[in-house]
Design a binder for this molecule. Structure first.
Ligand SMILES: NC(=O)c1ccc[n+]([C@@H]2O[C@H](COP(=O)([O-])OP(=O)(O)OC[C@H]3O[C@@H](n4cnc5c(N)ncnc54)[C@H](O)[C@@H]3O)[C@@H](O)[C@H]2O)c1
Length: 276
């Protein structure tokens, strides 16, 4: 692996102030990128950017709510004034706070404000970031855009209706951008993330639920933020120069197998055999 594969590039990570976005910002910086940590939480963005700078990297914190267009325009303008170019956009921000999760239920009971917020932040926010970043990438000769999506985008589930629809929209967006600007040097890909435990999810998710989810992953452990960030850095770099319009599961096999796998595994364990 080329350790400084993003030297000289400028990367924006939305929602970079915590969780997976924070790790992605750190790993892109480790590879030499100048990183813009854009987050609705100004203090979190500043904390991450400052610690990247303390480690010898180059980072800029920008307070930005991707749920509305003017802050996105202002953020992109600030990046251009500061760094003069944009090569990488990681659309990572998502409305995922506890109130949002609780309000985003099954179709009959989904709160309409929660639906709108998921769409505004996750899907429309990613589209607006592309809308304002792509012209700068075109001027610079190309770029790489990564969309953080989820297994919810592809698989039905009993809750998080709005989140799922917003993540599916992001997959369509990733492909639209790939089709529209590929000939001008812009690549665009979506990653479908399994459960990668962040500080927040590690602390708040009940152990029983973690176990249910782990049983459906094919890996010995749930994901770690670094495993997501390494794929984002790969997609951001020239190492992935022939990958575009792709939806890449980064999910420990979560989306790859029969829905009966976990109960079958438990059944075979119970009967002490896998021979029917
Ligand atoms: N962690 C996982 O296991 C997992 C699984 C599947 C998909 N994902 C996706 O990965 C991404 C990151 O997830 P996470 O677990 O780190 O979430 P998180 O909630 O820990 O972090 C989200 C970040 O986005 C920021 N944010 C929220 N609303 C914003 C807005 N309007 N404008 C700008 N920033 C905003 C938050 O302040 C926070 O820093 C999300 O897109 C999520 O859907 C994560």
């Amino acid at each position: 692996m080329n350790v400084r594969k993003l030297e000289g590039r400028v990367a924006i990570v939305t929602g970079g102030g915590s969780g997976l976005g924070e790790e992605c910002a750190r790993v892109l910086a480790l590879h030499g990128a100048r990183v813009v940590v854009a987050d609705i939480q100004a203090e979190s963005a500043e904390r991450v950017a400052a610690s990247i700078r303390d480690g010898g990297g180059d980072a800029l914190a920008v307070a930005c709510d991707v749920g509305a267009e003017p802050p996105i325009q202002a953020m992109v303008q600030q990046v251009i004034e500061h760094y003069g170019r944009i090569d990488i956009l990681h659309n990572n921000a998502a409305a995922l706070d506890t109130a949002q999760r609780h309000a985003d239920r099954d179709v009959v009971n989904v709160d309409i404000a929660a639906w709108d917020r998921a769409m505004d932040v996750n899907a429309r926010g990613a589209m607006l970031c592309c809308k304002h970043v792509v012209p700068h990438m075109l001027r610079g000769g190309g770029g790489s855009i990564i969309f953080a999506t989820s297994g919810f985008a592809a698989l039905g589930d009993i809750t998080l209706t709005a989140y799922a629809a917003s993540k599916a929209a992001m997959i369509a967006l990733a492909r639209s951008v790939a089709a529209q600007y590929g000939k001008q040097g812009i690549r665009s890909n979506a990653i479908m993330i399994g459960l990668a435990l962040t500080e927040k999810s590690a602390a708040h998710m009940p152990a029983e639920l973690k176990q249910i989810l782990l049983d459906q992953h094919l890996t010995p452990e749930l994901g770690r933020p670094r495993q997501i960030a390494d794929v984002v850095a790969f997609l951001a770099s020239d190492e992935s120069s022939f990958i575009t319009g792709a939806v890449i599961p980064v999910d420990g096999g979560w989306s790859s197998h029969s829905p009966a796998l976990a109960p079958m595994r438990a059944y075979f364990e119970k009967i002490g055999s896998n021979k029917l």
